[in-house]
Design a protein around this ligand. Structure first.
Ligand code: KG4
Ligand code: ZN
Length: 344
């Protein structure tokens, strides 16, 4: 375990473990170099129930965690004894699910006598960008869009963030999932809405997710979701047919366009030269293309994690683990799981 006598290495080998929802994941990094990233998902089983059932998730993590860590070490060609630290998600997420990864990580760190690092899952999403570009350094502006959060942040340093504005109700990912349900699409909804939207056009009139006339930057996804419900129901009641692909495409525009526009505007106003992004919604192809183009037009560098590192994974947990390792922020063995943690 960590003690004041522990020598911190400039390029540590860190194992990341993630189990906050339905993905059991492990990854190994050496400095900012990713050596492996493995995932065992219970999403297919969860899909039968239309969403994540916490008890099924916890049981699935219990069965998978040892295997996924073994795979990550094997792929990285690293032995457990070579590890310098274990970084693990301690929140936010499903308590029972978090406890599986956390307890495993505690046991491993304890048996190897190496530091344990508790990682805030959302900070993990933000740190995924560091794995894209070894030279990426704050300050920059970050778009965070996941199942539970939607915000534009000013990343001042590796450890400090300023919230520039965000959603006042549902998160963007939550809205994608709810719209998927309205359109009869299976869980996980976001990717299925994107797939359906590819065959549609932006012709259904929907309100933008941007809250106008607000003194600060604000998004609202609850009203947009209700507008989608109304558009579908009204058409059905009038006996008219409504093209679900058009609804998906129009929703995607209303949900994504203001995020892209405002992120770029914030970056320009703050005078930074780069924009990064993180969270499951950043896996959306339309968002990625729009943000990339808007950044190009504004002369900004756009640093997007690969799609597989936008949705839940352990590479991002290891990446944030590296930041905390360098800052000397280690966790005691008494660290507990937290269902909710403040964003930044
Ligand atoms: O970051 P994440 O994997 O988990 C949380 O920490 O919340 O985000 C999950 C969210 C879900 O709401 C899912 O619908 C959304 O990300 N998502 C997408 C796409 N892939 C995942 N939303 C839009 N388009 C996608 N391709
Ligand atoms: Zn996540």
């Amino acid at each position: 375990m960590y003690s004041p006598n522990t020598t911190l290495k400039p390029t540590p080998i860190i194992l990341g473990i993630e189990s906050s929802c339905d993905e059991t994941a492990a990854a190994v990094i050496c400095g900012r170099k990713l050596l492996s990233s493995e995932i065992i998902s219970s999403a297919t089983e969860q899909a039968k129930y239309g969403g994540v059932v916490p008890e099924i998730a916890s049981r699935a993590h219990t069965e998978a965690v040892d295997e996924v860590v073994r795979r990550a070490l094997k792929t990285a060609n690293v032995s457990a004894k070579q590890l310098d630290a274990v970084a693990v998600t301690y929140g936010a997420g499903l308590l029972g699910a978090l406890l599986v990864g956390l307890s495993f990580a505690k046991g491993l760190a304890c048996s190897l006598n190496i530091p344990l690092i508790g990682v805030n899952h959302i900070r993990g999403h933000l740190a995924a960008a560091y794995l894209v570009d070894e030279n990426l350094k704050p300050p920059f502006v970050t778009l965070l869009a996941s199942g539970g959060h939607t915000a534009v942040l000013y990343t001042e340093s590796y450890l400090s963030f300023r919230d520039l504005g965000g959603t006042c109700d549902d998160a963007a990912g939550e809205a994608f999932d709810k719209v998927a349900r309205i359109l009869g699409l299976d869980y996980p909804g976001g990717a299925n809405v994107e797939r359906l939207a590819r065959g549609g056009e932006n012709v259904v009139k929907l309100p933008s997710a941007l809250v106008k006339n607000s003194s600060r930057l604000q998004f609202s996804y609850s009203g947009l979701k209700t507008a989608v419900i109304n558009a579908v129901h009204n058409a059905e009641q009038r006996g008219e047919s409504i093209n679900y692909a058009d609804v998906a495409c129009s929703f995607q525009h209303a949900a994504v366009d203001p995020l892209v526009k405002k992120t770029v505007e914030c970056a320009k106003n703050l005078g930074v030269d780069a924009v990064t992004a993180g969270g499951g919604v950043i896996a959306n192809g339309y968002l990625r293309d729009s943000l990339t183009k808007a950044c190009q037009k504004a002369g900004l560098r756009c640093v997007l994690p690969e799609k597989r590192f936008c949705t839940d994974n352990a590479a991002m947990i290891a990446a944030e683990g590296l930041t905390q390792y360098r800052a000397g922020n280690f966790a005691p063995l008494s660290i507990n799981a937290c269902a909710r943690i403040p964003l930044v």
